[in-house]
Design a protein around this ligand. Structure first.
Ligand code: HEC
Ligand code: HEC
Length: 216
């Protein structure tokens, strides 16, 4: 059927439908300026380079360059309790979906992108080649907006995340099975590998910002 054969009301209806998708997209994209205001308190931990969670001790994850879609999913998981962490649960509990979108736009900034054909830096561990790269790329850049980027993330945080998926402390249907197959020494190897990849995630550093509350 050619476009010309379509009746006028059908085209109008289609335009309205696409129009409403566009409006939803604009809303879903997140307002980084609003996110900056909402996200100010987050910088006490996420804006301090090398800041550590107190107990157990591991680095606070880097968010700058992350996929915004994944940041939203992570905040929803803290809110629902799928991911347990006292401080993050407290922060996420009071957030609306729009707050999460706006905060994600602010923290993600410009999401890191793979260089075309990137094969990763250094020797690619076998398990990354055969399993992880399908979703996280060989260079650690998540292939979709909802798949986290791992390149340049703190190695001790990656280790912690994989250990939590294995133990069930962090619940996720996809990662539980993949992490469950890793031996503890493999976890160390893949964590070190992804932490060294480029282009790298970064801490949204605010040199003038002093850490106040200890991370728990
Ligand atoms: C007291 C320190 C602290 C504060 C304040 C804090 N965070 Fe976190 N955040 C952490 C730690 C530690 C983790 C890792 C927790 C875990 O193991 O799941 C984390 C994890 C996250 C993650 C998941 C990252 C990933 O790679 O999965 C996101 C997103 C996040 N925080 C956003 C925020 C936002 C937004 C705020 C402010 C509203 C905030 N955080 C405030 C310490 C903090
Ligand atoms: C089928 C796709 C897929 C495969 C294959 C996969 N992952 Fe994931 N990975 C995901 C998704 C989706 C998430 C986000 C889960 C969540 O919300 O907790 C994730 C989360 C992670 C995280 C947590 C990131 C963060 O910021 O907290 C790490 C670390 C990770 N994956 C490492 C690996 C490793 C190592 C492998 C290979 C052994 C692997 N993944 C294989 C899809 C995948």
């Amino acid at each position: 059927m050619s476009v010309r054969a379509w009746s006028y009301p059908v085209v109008l209806t289609l335009a309205a439908v696409f129009g409403s998708f566009a409006a939803q997209d604009a809303q879903a994209a997140g307002d980084a300026a609003r996110g900056k205001t909402l996200g100010y308190t987050c910088l006490g931990c996420h804006g301090v380079d090398g800041y550590k969670n107190a107990y157990p001790t591991y680095s606070v994850p880097k968010l700058s360059g992350q996929h915004p879609g994944y940041i939203v999913l992570a905040l929803k998981a803290y809110k629902s309790g799928e991911r347990g962490h006292g401080t993050m649960h407290a922060h996420a509990s009071s957030m609306s979906d729009q707050d999460m979108e706006d905060i994600a736009a602010y923290f993600a900034g410009t999401p890191v992108k793979s260089a075309p054909g990137s094969a990763g830096t250094g020797e690619v561990p076998a398990v990354v080649n055969t399993v992880c790269s399908a979703c996280h790329g060989k260079d650690g850049v998540g292939i979709m907006d909802t798949y986290p980027t791992l390149s340049g993330q703190h190695s001790d945080y990656i280790e912690r995340a994989l250990t939590d998926y294995r133990s069930g402390a962090r619940r996720n249907g996809i990662m539980a099975s993949f992490a469950g197959q890793l031996k503890p020494e493999e976890i160390k190897v893949v964590a070190k590998y992804f932490a060294k990849q480029k282009p790298a995630l970064e801490t949204l550093a605010r040199p003038q910002f002093k850490a106040t509350a200890p991370a728990k």
